[in-house]
Design a protein around this ligand. Structure first.
Ligand SMILES: *[C@@H]1O[C@H](CO)[C@@H](O)[C@H](O)[C@H]1NC(C)=O
Ligand SMILES: *[C@@H]1O[C@H](CO)[C@@H](O)[C@H](O)[C@H]1NC(C)=O
Length: 441
């Protein structure tokens, strides 16, 4: 079943019930409610964004910084428009998680992670494609291989944005077209992600689920820009795009209110804002992570960023710099961000593979300073074992977990996506980077 969520009803929804705690309450072109609940104040973040925050937390509240302006959006009926309560107005999932204490879910303890009550260093991997597989047995095969390998967590894409509806049989999660957003909850939609979560539960694998791509594959920010206008850099402050993005997040998060398989929610894959003040991404991380915590206070939230923009231990090279609009330490300090994420592709950044160890160690110092764990979330070299094994050793020394890019497997019907970094189950690189690594941990 497909569910159409037109932006006008969506904003109306925000006006009626969502400008509650942590909701948006003002900003340029904001047409929703500007009032917050009793005990909460509308706090100005930037010209594009004001937010309801607890009175006790707010220092510079400004409840009337922006008056509501009426904006007309198309509200014409669509053949796919379906009234629903599950996606557009479900209660916050936190109200249904009474059977598990928050500490039952994966959480942090100082600079370490705790999974199933065990604090330690954890190894995982990436398989962005697993939520797009259409055969349940393929999902189960990968999960069983991960489990027997001693991998504890898997990072997957929780997004698949398109600007026109694909032929049936092609998996897509959100259609962004004609200024509207349609979330596909059907069998070629989020039911595919549901099965990944179900299989992860059965195989005791924890998932990091990511909500949007900075890059154009599987839609990404560009798919929002095509639908709502603006640019890749104004996306972070475009209220129509952010409303759709938050609505999509709520649709996904609300599907798994008590699943033990969720390790963390993740804002975006490698968010960048080239040439922007770092405050743009920092404000967006703050607003989005607070929003996720407001609907699911029990799960961890991370950014999915590459770790760029770091003064601590900087050698002045491009990745340490701020040109892509990221400030690693400022975003890690945000209270609703539970841990830091770091990616490592020296060959794409004009660095030698051996440089990677200094990147890991510099972030380890910053994470210790912040008192939060950090995950070496993606790393890859076409040299595989010889370059990546030293990175893994450095990560064990400096960080809390690592997950290489990316898992490879033979599904019988064919191999999973094989980019130059894939590590195939059972290969000699697998022995080096999985078997030996898990043994070292
Ligand atoms: C967008 O508009 C085109 C042309 O009118 C129409 O064919 C298509 O179904 C529309 N898509 C949505 C999601 O409303
Ligand atoms: C607000 O609306 C104006 C006019 O449509 C547009 O030029 C501007 O980019 C919008 N601002 C934001 C932040 O979306």
């Amino acid at each position: 079943m497909k569910i159409s969520l037109f932006i006008a009803p969506c904003l109306a929804q925000f006006a009626l019930s969502q400008t509650g705690n942590w909701g948006q309450c003002g900003g340029e072109n904001w047409s929703g409610d500007v009032n917050c609940n009793v005990g909460w104040l509308c706090q100005y973040s930037n010209p594009w964004y004001s937010q309801c925050v607890p009175e006790s937390d707010s220092s510079t509240a400004s409840g009337s910084s922006t008056s509501a302006t009426s904006t007309t959006f198309s509200t014409s009926a669509s053949t796919t428009s379906t009234s629903t309560t599950s996606t557009t107005s479900s209660a916050p999932s936190s109200t249904t998680t009474t059977s598990s204490s928050p500490s039952g879910y994966p959480h942090t303890s100082g600079t370490k992670f705790v999974i199933d009550g065990v604090e330690g260093y954890y190894a995982g991997t990436n398989a962005y494609w697993i939520s797009f597989l259409t055969n349940n047995a393929d999902v189960d095969l990968v999960m069983s291989h991960l489990q027997s390998s001693g991998m504890k967590f898997l990072r997957v894409w929780g997004f698949n944005d398109v600007n026109s509806q694909p032929n049936s049989g092609t998996v897509w999660f959100q259609l962004l077209e004609n200024g509207s957003a349609t979330i596909n909850t059907g069998s070629d939609g989020l039911e595919r992600l549901d099965y990944v979560v179900q299989s992860a539960e059965a195989h005791d694998i924890k998932l990091i689920i990511n909500f949007v791509n900075n890059w154009g594959d599987y839609g990404g920010i560009a798919a929002y820009v095509n639908n709502y206008g603006g640019s890749a850099t104004s996306w972070y402050t475009n209220s129509a795009a952010q409303s759709a993005y938050q609505n999509y997040i709520k649709a996904v998060v609300s599907r798994y209110p008590t699943s033990p398989a969720i390790f963390a929610w993740e804002l975006a894959n490698e968010p960048r804002c080239n040439g922007c003040a770092t405050s743009v991404i920092t404000n967006w991380v703050s607003a989005t992570s607070q929003y996720i915590k407001s609907i699911d206070p029990n799960r961890m939230v991370a950014i999915g960023s590459e770790g760029m923009g770091l003064a601590t231990g900087s050698d002045g090279s491009y990745p340490f710099g701020y040109s892509e609009g990221n400030d690693f330490e400022a975003t890690l300090a945000i209270s609703t961000i539970d841990f830091g994420t770091i990616h490592l592709y020296p060959s794409q950044w004009g660095e030698a593979d051996s440089w990677g160890t200094s990147w890991i160690q510099a972030h380890g110092v910053a994470c210790n300073n912040a008192g939060k764990p950090c995950l070496l979330e993606e790393y890859g070299s076409s040299s595989h074992c010889s370059s990546e094994a030293p990175w893994q050793a450095a990560a064990i020394d400096s960080l809390a977990a690592d997950s290489f890019w990316q898992w490879g497997d033979d599904l019988g019907s064919g191999d999973t996506p094989n980019d130059e970094y894939s590590i195939f189950y059972g290969s000699s690189d697998y022995t080096c980077l999985v078997t030996n690594h898990v043994a070292a941990i």
